[in-house]
Design a protein around this ligand. Structure first.
Ligand SMILES: Cc1cc2nc3c(=O)[nH]c(=O)nc-3n(C[C@H](O)[C@H](O)[C@H](O)COP(=O)(O)OP(=O)(O)OC[C@H]3O[C@@H](n4cnc5c(N)ncnc54)[C@H](O)[C@@H]3O)c2cc1C
Length: 543
């Protein structure tokens, strides 16, 4: 097809602009659901150097859904021990960055290019079309769709490419063209006071152990705070050095300066090559608007945070997960476009909370004032530092309201990811998501008889494709066996008999008794209808 100017027009259900880790995850999730997805990336090839290193269990679960969980687990490495150490590199404490309960280890460390290759493979495997070297330069939308103009970066004289699509996902990073084209402003949460020098090395002999290099450690040395760790096995390693007052970017970026720092870890040019030397300023931002009609922002285009909790990319991947099932419903005509507004209302408070925690963590671990640093170390040694809080719940949207009498504030509670643990199905041990297809589910400790629902409620459950998942410690017909007792612990510990989870695994709400489920389904119907889902609004009319 051509337009009036004679340019070739490409068409797609969804155009993803920017093929970094977030764009490729979004492309994979949508292509997996059968949509015609086109992704364009201005660089001619995938960025071959790491930025993010940390992955958490929630992200591994997302990759599991894309069929690459185990490959990612092999390429990444579960972190056995993330230590905070003092200036003498003596352990102060260990901690997790992620959380248990997702069916994977809480934390992994990885070499980003390896992970991107796997996500890219999944996206293409599901049929996403990816065009590298194509930069979006123009964007206009109307009632029916969006027209994007793009140019081949390496062929500046070539005709611009025109793409007509129903929706655009702007996953084009912190400097987002899409965000600028829409004139969306950022809320600025501030610049982290110290820049950071990031050094990545590749060992010449990956089998040789660098004795002094920890698995991952945050060195709380006020003379030079640094995060150090083996990014993947022994081959790639990373240091993130806090710049000290008065140090210029030029001096930090000098190669001899880098080798001087690495020498303190016993690393010399005979051991490794430096593959990346970069000074970063960490600015924290959240876009004021994440959706403008048919165009949505995600990943660093929508928000940025410092890396002290390793949650920047992971927050973007959560965006892709949150958005993809809602956009699928809109594209299938099950919901109005207004459903997509819940993407921001749910995700923005979550990311804002993690950003604030990340800034606070950074302030704690990069102290350069020796007196304050010594008081901090003493507090850690004395165990008077409060333990990290559980991850935030989603903001308002398709979820039981915060503070509602029935809501529970626990991992797996309302607005947080539902538990995934090992179950036995027909004699085979699997993770829950490998047994139960992605979609809406009611996971319960006892069998749920569909007769407890009214015909109208049953119609809604059928329309959503709700799956009933009975997980038990004992054996029962059609039930999955709760092999490790994790579900049992969760149900008992929280005084609940069931929870209702959305296609992104986040829990809509929980039920104290199985008999409370019909009321929970009514609540879901109300919540969906308010958000733009095309369904009967309660009270239901009986058939
Ligand atoms: C030192 C450091 C350490 C970090 N550590 C972690 C960590 O451990 N864990 C973690 O979760 N996060 C971490 N982060 C954050 C993480 O790197 C980012 O949040 C993540 O890369 C964002 O991914 P993205 O896909 O949104 O954006 P990007 O990775 O920036 O990708 C955007 C893509 O869009 C392309 N693009 C831009 N404009 C256009 C256009 N007009 N047309 C077409 N394509 C375009 C770009 O070329 C790019 O490939 C770290 C960051 C830094 C700097």
């Amino acid at each position: 097809m051509s337009n009036d100017a004679g340019s070739r027009v490409f068409e797609a259900d969804v155009l993803v602009i920017g093929y970094g880790p977030v764009g490729m995850t979004a492309a994979a999730l949508l292509a997996q659901q059968g949509f015609d997805v086109l992704a364009i990336e201005k660089h001619p090839r995938l960025f071959g150097l790491p930025r993010a290193g940390h992955l958490d269990g929630e992200t591994l679960r997302t990759f599991q859904g894309l069929g690459i969980g185990e490959q990612v687990e092999i390429a990444a490495r579960a972190i056995a021990d993330f230590r905070l150490v003092d200036a003498q590199r003596k352990p102060l404490t260990s901690r997790y960055l992620g959380e248990d309960g997702h069916g994977w280890k809480p934390d992994y460390i990885s070499f980003q290019p390896e992970i991107e290759t796997l996500i890219d493979g999944a996206a293409r495997g599901f049929g996403a079309r990816v065009v590298m070297g194509l930069e979006a330069t123009g964007l206009a939308q109307d009632a029916d769709g969006v027209t994007v103009t793009a140019r081949h970066r390496e062929e500046p004289d070539a005709e611009p490419v025109v793409i007509r699509t129903r929706y655009v996902l702007g996953a084009d990073g912190a400097g987002s063209f899409v965000r600028r084209a829409l004139e969306i402003e950022l809320d600025d949460l501030g610049l982290f006071p110290n820049p950071h020098l990031v050094l990545d090395i590749e060992q010449l002999d990956p089998d040789r152990d660098l004795e002094s290099l920890p698995e991952v450690a945050q060195v709380l040395d006020p003379a030079r705070p640094v995060l150090a760790g083996r990014w993947n096995g022994a081959r790639w390693s990373r240091w993130e050095y806090t710049a000290l007052e008065g140090e210029s970017r030029e001096s930090l970026e000098r190669e001899d300066f880098a080798w001087g720092l690495l020498a303190e870890w016993g690393v010399t040019p005979a051991d490794a090559i430096i593959i990346r030397r970069a000074v970063y300023d960490f600015r924290s931002t959240v876009a004021k608007q994440w959706r403008r009609d048919r165009v949505l922002l995600l990943g660093d285009a929508a928000h940025t945070q410092p890396p002290f909790m390793g949650q920047g990319m992971l927050s973007g991947i959560r965006d892709a997960v949150n958005l993809s099932w809602k956009l699928a419903a809109v594209l299938r005509g099950q919901a109005d476009g207004s459903l997509l507004d819940t993407y921001q209302t749910e995700r923005a408070p979550h990311v804002l909370d993690l950003t604030r925690r990340s800034i606070a963590t950074g302030q704690l671990v990069t102290m350069t004032d020796p007196v304050a640093a010594s008081a901090r170390d003493e507090a850690i040694r004395a165990g008077t530092m409060p333990p990290p809080a559980i991850f935030p719940r989603l903001g308002a949207g398709i979820v039981t309201p915060a503070g509602a009498p029935a809501a529970i504030e626990a991992l797996g509670g309302d607005g947080r990811p539902g538990l995934q643990a090992r179950v036995v199905n027909a004699g085979v041990v699997r993770k829950l998501d490998d047994v139960v297809e992605r979609g809406w589910r009611i996971v319960s400790r006892h069998r749920v008889d569909r007769a407890i629902f009214t015909p109208a409620q049953r119609r809604l459950l059928d329309r959503l494709g709700m799956r009933f998942v009975h997980v038990t410690r004992g054996t029962a017909d059609g039930a999955l066996i709760d092999l490790d007792g994790d579900y049992d612990l969760w149900f008992r510990g929280n005084g609940r008999k069931a929870y209702l989870a959305r296609p992104d695994h986040y829990v809509f709400g929980t039920a104290e008794k199985i008999d409370d489920l019909p009321a929970l389904v009514d609540e879901l119907a109300g919540s969906l209808a308010a958000a733009g889902w095309r369904t009967n609004t309660p009270p239901f009319t009986e058939e």
